[in-house]
Design a protein. Structure first.
Ligand SMILES: Cc1ncc(COP(=O)(O)O)c(C=O)c1O
Length: 349
């Protein structure tokens, strides 16, 4: 049985957490900005805004780009529910752009065609959320070219992709997007237990996301809208959330970041090896793909069920993960295609 994931925790990680537990600040202390700076340095973005999950980060990223009721957000059908839930939290509708069969990532050509059609109908999305499935970057230059022609903003869901690269630059540098999101769930490359981060090069977006992650409250004298009544004074300027990351989590993340290259090197051989093991055991599963040139973050491994051979001949393929015979099913299906999920179907208008 191949486990879904297994984190690597070193003595240094444990000590980093213990140090915070013995310190004055379990939350809102110095470790969160230190972790944000470390991630920003690794991925080449100006700002990192740490949160308690990538889901929270996706939510505030959508809000920062002005997503609200009546808007539409497009994402990939092959992702986890969080990519589309972020839009639903904002009261927006969700639609999907089909994937490229070679990469399973959002197809830039299909995106361009869908955007042109939506422009003619006056139904352009406010934001698109391409997902770097299993750590392999989408073709962001092509996606950006298509979206910017129509003034559509971009959030990269790089939950699987920290440490990966695209066009020889690290994923997360936001060259082709407004905001990039990372996840630090234990199944991801670097973990904080639960956690996420929004990267951006835009100071206003960073500020807006910082406000939304902490109740919409600010103490910054430069930002107060009313007279500063003293050191105790703060203002709630928006209806925000408590999406803060604790210093305990940030210390773990910071310690883990020191080993990110080792994590990536350890995962890389499994990309092909694990798929081969599955193929040998299940015979129905084949494939698993990496495009040449780019370094994937190796957030996950992916295998593809095509025609299922259950011993009685090939069954027709029924969707991305489906096989008819339980004997031919994989041990675990990670994420079913989003349009098949009942809640999302109910939410789509
Ligand atoms: C593509 C994708 N986006 C977002 C998330 C949500 O991440 P988190 O668990 O940190 O909220 C996940 C989690 O697995 C994911 O796979």
């Amino acid at each position: 049985m191949i486990p879904y994931g297994r984190q690597s925790i070193s003595e240094a990680d444990i000590q980093a957490v213990v140090d915070v537990l013995k310190s004055d600040f379990l939350t809102q202390g110095p470790m969160v900005p230190a972790f944000e700076d470390a991630v920003a340095a690794v991925c080449g973005a100006k700002f990192g805004v740490a949160m308690n999950s990538a889901t929270s980060a996706l939510h505030v990223a959508c809000l920062a780009l002005g997503v609200g009721p009546g808007d539409s957000v497009w994402t990939s059908p092959l992702t986890f529910v969080a990519s589309s839930n972020a839009a639903l939290y904002c009261g927006a509708d969700v639609d999907f752009v089909d994937v490229d069969e070679r990469t399973y990532n959002m197809c830039p050509a299909r995106l361009a065609a869908k955007l042109d059609h939506a422009a003619e109908e006056g139904k352009l999305p406010k934001v698109i959320i391409p997902v770097h499935l299993t750590g392999q970057s989408c073709d962001m230059a092509a996606i950006h070219a298509a979206a910017s022609r129509h003034g559509v903003r971009i959030i990269e869901d790089a939950s699987h992709a920290i440490g990966g690269s695209y066009q020889a630059l690290p994923v997360g540098n936001c060259r082709y997007s407004d905001i990039t999101i990372f996840s630090f769930h234990p199944v991801k490359i670097v973990t904080t237990g639960e956690g996420g981060m929004a990267m951006t090069n835009d100071p206003e977006l960073a500020e807006r996301m910082r406000l939304d992650r902490s109740h919409g409250i600010t103490r910054d004298p430069a930002k107060l809208q009313h007279d500063d009544a003293g050191a105790w004074y703060y203002e709630q300027q928006r209806l925000g959330f408590n999406y803060r990351m604790t210093d305990i989590c940030a210390a773990l993340g910071l310690s883990q970041m020191a080993r990110i290259d080792r994590f990536l090197a350890r995962r890389a051989p499994f990309v092909s090896r694990t798929v081969i093991v599955i193929v040998a055991e299940k015979s129905a599963v084949r494939g698993g793909r990496r495009e040449g040139g780019e370094v994937p973050g190796v957030g996950r491994l992916e295998a593809r069920l095509d025609d299922v051979d259950d011993g009685g001949g090939r069954q027709p393929r029924r969707g991305h993960h489906a096989g008819r015979d339980r004997r031919a099913q994989p041990e675990a299906v990670d994420d079913p295609p989003l349009p098949r999920l009942r809640l999302l179907g109910a939410c789509r208008r």
